[in-house]
Ligand binder design. Sequence first.
Ligand code: HEM
Length: 64
Amino acid sequence: MGARHVSYGAEPPHYDAVGECLLHALAVTAGPLWNDELADAWARAYGAVADLMKQGAALAAKAS
Ligand code: HEM
């Protein structure tokens, strides 16, 4: 999926911007249910997926 995202024009720094938008959207949607624990858990989960995608993109770039 990271490799496919290279063809969509996604570059590594874009992942941080998308993560910020995701967390903001979740916070707005959850309203009073949102808290620091959820924010931290979502930030770590998104970061883990984003890191794997960036690794996939880098591997695909090396292989080509
Ligand atoms: C963890 C982060 C992300 C996840 C889980 C994710 C997930 C997905 C998925 C599942 C798709 C459907 C197509 C496919 O599987 O290749 C997709 C498409 C796409 N993503 Fe992401 N994405 C992420 C980050 C980003 C970032 C950082 C960008 C760039 C700002 C981006 C831009 C796009 C674009 C342009 C498409 C194609 C939309 C279309 O033409 O239909 N994504 N993404």
